[in-house]
Design a protein around this ligand. Structure first.
Ligand code: RIB
Ligand code: CA
Length: 309
């Protein structure tokens, strides 16, 4: 059964690229809306356009917000490269982003495809927060929202310790989304670590004779080396995991529905995702926290996406 059609909000980024390859291999991608995050908006937009060329698709790309809603934040160029795609010096796409702002495109596409799109948020939630502020009814026009973000037990991946990057980059935007979207799937950093990929396996998957695999091998080389140099036992691909959950909801084998809030203050706590595991505050659960997926089916989707021509 084909997966739902997708609208992907993303800050490409190396793991975003794998997720976008997975999406285009499996279903129809209605649009890519682009955020700043891993690197600046100029690069994330250029990376999205280049990736669409490599895929050979016609997916429209919409540029979004160039900065977080309130406070500036550090990017993740040290992970993804200064250009966000491993600094390979790729030849830029001749295509350009659409003239419409990402937040406005999200609103328009939700009206054009009412109740039919799955929205997959793979970067900071700045664009989605703006769209929600413009139209609080937005959630009612999407079939589903899958967010890659957070660290449900405080084991984040940023210098803020409990914060995961997407939430920590724009906590105010995340607060707006978490407070105004009735129910979303949350794929957090801790699940990403539990579902890490074997480096040697991944390198083998990249050897397949396909332009997509060759491109991804090049842009991910630096990130894979960096991860191993950091002593990470496996390769963590957060956005690929979130995309697998978006494409194949049945892949999930462990989930818990809880209320999750975003901390916006505190020298060490800004960007933390705070989970009311025992529902002590008696607030409605806004998040389906994805705690486990079928690893083999997750990896099969990655392999298939890289091998696709
Ligand atoms: O913490 C991981 C997330 O932050 C991923 O979406 C990665 O691309 C970065 O945006
Ligand atoms: Ca991302």
């Amino acid at each position: 059964m084909q997966a739902a059609h997708l609208l992907i909000d993303t800050d490409p980024g190396v793991d975003d690229a794998l997720a976008i390859l997975m999406a285009h291999h499996a279903t129809t991608v209605t649009a890519l809306t682009i955020a700043a995050g891993n690197v600046g908006l100029r690069h994330t937009v250029a990376n999205a356009l280049k990736l669409i060329d490599v895929i050979g698709a016609e997916t429209p790309v919409y540029a979004g917000c160039a900065s977080p809603l309130v406070r500036q934040a550090a990017d993740a160029a040290f992970v993804h490269g200064q250009d966000g795609f491993g600094d390979t010096g790729y030849v830029a796409s001749a295509r350009r982003a659409e003239n419409e702002h990402a937040a406005l495109a999200i609103l328009r596409l939700s009206h054009e495809h009412p109740g039919r799109l799955t929205l997959v948020a793979l970067g900071p939630l700045t664009n989605l927060a703006l769209a929600l502020r413009l139209d609080p009814q937005l959630p009612s026009r999407f079939a589903r929202l899958v967010i890659m973000g957070g660290a449900v037990n405080g084991r984040g991946n940023t210098h803020l310790v409990p914060a995961e990057f997407n939430i920590g980059f724009d906590p105010e935007a995340a607060h707006i989304v978490f407070s105004n979207w009735p129910k979303f799937d949350l794929v957090d950093w801790e699940a990403t670590v539990r579902h890490g990929l074997d480096y040697a396996d991944f390198a083998r998957w990249l050897e397949v004779d396909s332009p997509r695999a060759k491109f991804y091998s090049a842009i991910s080389r630096g990130t894979r080396s960096w991860a191993q140099a950091q002593g990470r036992e496996r390769l963590y691909s957060a956005d690929a995991l979130a995309m697998a959950v978006a494409l194949e909801p049945e892949i999930v084998n462990r989930v818990q529905e809880c209320h999750v809030a975003v901390e916006m203050n505190g020298e060490f706590t800004r960007g933390a995702t705070v989970v009311d595991w025992e529902n002590r505050l008696r607030r409605p659960a806004n998040a389906r926290i994805i705690l486990g997926v079928d690893q083999a089916r997750f990896e099969d989707r990655i392999k298939a996406a890289l091998a696709a021509r």
